[in-house]
Design a protein around this ligand. Structure first.
Ligand SMILES: [Fe+2]
Ligand SMILES: [Fe+2]
Length: 273
């Protein structure tokens, strides 16, 4: 990682054996971030993306030196189309009898409607762990109702990267792969324009996303309390920017913990109930 603007038309290695294989579209405020983990010839793809994203994601996987049949597992943190839409395309391209899909039981019920071709593994039957042949271990942590009943996050014990799915996601046209949020954002009142960057406030983009997408402050705060137990080097969400410094992680968690009008409460407040 360096301070030069990354080339978003290429895959980007964000940690040891961890690759961002999404794409940047400046016309949309909702960026999707599929990630690839490669260890000793074995690959796992997380939240592989929509139908339209398929060719971009697969091209980057191949450019990263991974032939499709090296992908042993597809992990889906919930069942939305922005992460699951290209499952049938992935299965066709990977074309391996060893391929399995990992998610929570509550999600697999719905993921079966994308495809029944691959066996589904439920994290609650896997001791909330996936171990590569190399012994690299992924840990799954439930975050129910943030935002789906079966939602969970994935923690890579080797790099301490947390793949947080929609948690820490953002609606924002001001996008970089690595966040602009720093320690000065911690005590800032989130506003439209950042007094430092003169761009839109990235904390506000995160808060707006969580108000609408998460179900309740209770569910969100539970998820954050589980996340705070982990020793995290970097938070890699499925939308928005990667939080790659302790200060950015602390600022984002702090603002989200003080968010009260979330989900149903946001709706009721907006409607004046
Ligand atoms: Fe979602
Ligand atoms: Fe999403």
């Amino acid at each position: 990682m360096n301070n030069q603007a990354p080339d978003y038309s290429e895959y980007i290695e964000i940690a040891d054996g961890v690759y961002w294989v999404g794409f940047a579209d400046e016309q949309i405020g909702l960026h999707c971030n599929p990630y690839l983990i490669v260890d000793d010839g074995e690959a796992v793809l997380l939240d592989s993306g929509s139908r339209d994203d398929f060719s971009t994601v697969m091209l980057k996987v191949i450019r990263a030196g991974v032939s499709p049949n090296m992908i042993r597992r597809l992990i889906y943190h919930h069942y939305d189309p922005d992460l699951c839409g290209n499952i049938p395309h992935m299965e066709t391209m990977i074309n391996s009898k060893d391929l399995q899909i990992i998610s929570h039981y509550e999600n697999n019920i719905f993921i079966n409607y994308y495809s029944v071709r691959s066996p589904k593994q439920c994290i609650e039957n896997m001791d909330y762990t996936y171990e590569f042949a190399s012994r690299r271990r992924l840990q799954f942590i439930r975050t129910p109702y943030s935002h789906s009943p079966g939602s969970f996050v994935t923690y890579d014990t080797k790099t301490k990267v947390l793949f947080s799915s929609d948690i820490f996601g953002s609606y924002d046209y001001n996008w970089d792969l690595f966040t602009q949020i720093d320690g000065s954002c911690k005590s800032c009142v989130p506003g439209e324009t950042c007094p430092i960057t003169q761009k839109s406030c990235q904390i506000l983009g995160i808060l707006n996303f969580h108000r609408r997408v998460m179900t309740s402050a209770k569910a969100l705060h539970y998820a954050l309390s589980e996340i705070e137990k982990l020793d995290i080097s970097m938070i890699a969400p499925q939308h928005g920017s990667i939080l790659n410094t302790p200060a950015a992680i602390e600022a984002a968690i702090g603002h989200l913990k003080s968010l009260t009008n979330v989900g149903i409460d946001y709706f009721l407040e907006e409607e004046g109930h």
